[in-house]
Design a protein around this ligand. Structure first.
Ligand code: AMP
Length: 322
């Protein structure tokens, strides 16, 4: 057994109060992984108090209900941070309040949070790592747990386009499906069924994307357009995933305004140059080919776009030279 997995299983056994957090602005992988881990721990240890925390998101309600915790009243509690490499982006938990912190993440390493940091950049998703943990440490996954894990893996791997090397993602999913007997065909609509107005909004984005000669595409989405198509800002962000495999586009970014934070949210994807280092210079980060940034003003957005365009140019040049 991987020594990190053994250590994590030992800590779960030792602590009676366990809180599970993930990153702000969560995606399906973040929410599904925390709820799946919470429910699997409860299944194995029914008397433990286990909570999954963070801001609830209406469209992920079917994954399970999140918990509220008063951290001031916690004593000797263990905190898990899933799918989140940096302390500043943890949603709803303060690492200082816990006796121990365990990070489980598939992003490039950023901040140290505790003694046990299981970081696997090769893993497709946090849900893949939780699946590996449950199978290896012999925790049971019932139908709900297995469906959540499958949803997280499918969402983050873009339906198995981006999997870990050597077939590990598929191997783990195969074991999960066999053991839990879930019907994966019935799970897909929970991720892919969408209203017509959203599809029309996607057409608007396609129609208005600005594409440079270097293959960088971008669009700043106006609040009025979001209102016209009756979508929310979260939908505008998520649509960034639908612009892959377009010949003329190597890297693309969508910008929407986050009213709550008073910041511009930039979602960036690439099928060419690595973009996370560029994003990290603009209050952002993420994976080599899927990153994001929060930006205060238009000027910095333009600077970010320039840097991404330059990265595309450099990538094209290197490809020609090789
Ligand atoms: P998204 O476009 O929101 O799906 O984010 C893509 C990836 O970038 C995810 O792994 C996020 O955790 C990461 N990411 C998004 N926004 C930020 C940010 N402001 N700072 C650091 N990482 C981010």
């Amino acid at each position: 057994m991987n020594s990190k997995i053994r250590a994590i299983a030992k800590r779960i056994k030792e602590y009676n109060t366990i809180v599970i957090a993930r990153h702000i602005g969560p995606d399906p992988d973040a929410v599904a992984s925390q709820i799946a881990l919470r429910d699997a721990i409860k299944l194995r240890y029914p008397s433990k108090s286990v909570y999954a925390v963070g801001t609830p998101v209406a469209k992920y309600k079917s994954y399970g209900i999140l918990d509220k915790v008063n951290e001031e009243k916690l004593e000797n509690a263990l905190l898990f941070v899933l799918d989140c490499p940096n302390i500043s982006r943890i949603d709803g938990a303060n690492i200082e309040k816990y006796a121990e912190v365990i990070k489980i993440d598939h992003h490039p390493f950023e901040d140290k949070m505790g003694d046990i940091e299981w970081v696997d950049e090769n893993a497709s998703s946090a849900c893949e790592m939780i699946t590996e943990f449950l199978i290896t440490a012999r925790f049971r996954a019932n139908k709900d747990i297995a469906e959540n894990l499958f949803i997280g893996v499918v969402a983050d791997s873009d339906r198995f386009l981006f999997t870990s090397p050597g077939g590990k993602t598929l191997e783990l999913m195969s074991i999960l499906i066999k053991n839990s007997k879930i019907d994966i065909t019935s799970v897909y609509p929970r991720l892919y069924l969408r209203p017509l107005n959203e599809v029309k909004f996607q057409s608007y984005i396609t129609e208005h994307l600005k594409v440079t000669a270097n293959g960088f595409a971008s669009l700043k989405i106006d609040k009025k357009v979001i209102e016209k198509y009756k979508v929310d800002a979260g939908t505008a962000s998520n649509l960034v995933n639908n612009f892959n495999n377009i010949k003329e586009i190597l890297c693309w970014a969508l910008v929407s305004y986050d009213e709550k934070l008073g910041l511009f949210k930039v979602n960036i994807r690439s099928r060419g140059p690595a973009i996370n280092e560029v994003a990290s210079k603009f209050n952002g980060g993420g994976h080599a080919h899927a990153s994001g940034a929060r930006i205060k003003n238009q000027k910095d957005i333009d600077k970010l776009f320039k840097a991404l365009d330059a990265a595309c140019k450099e990538f094209k040049k290197n490809q020609k030279d090789n």
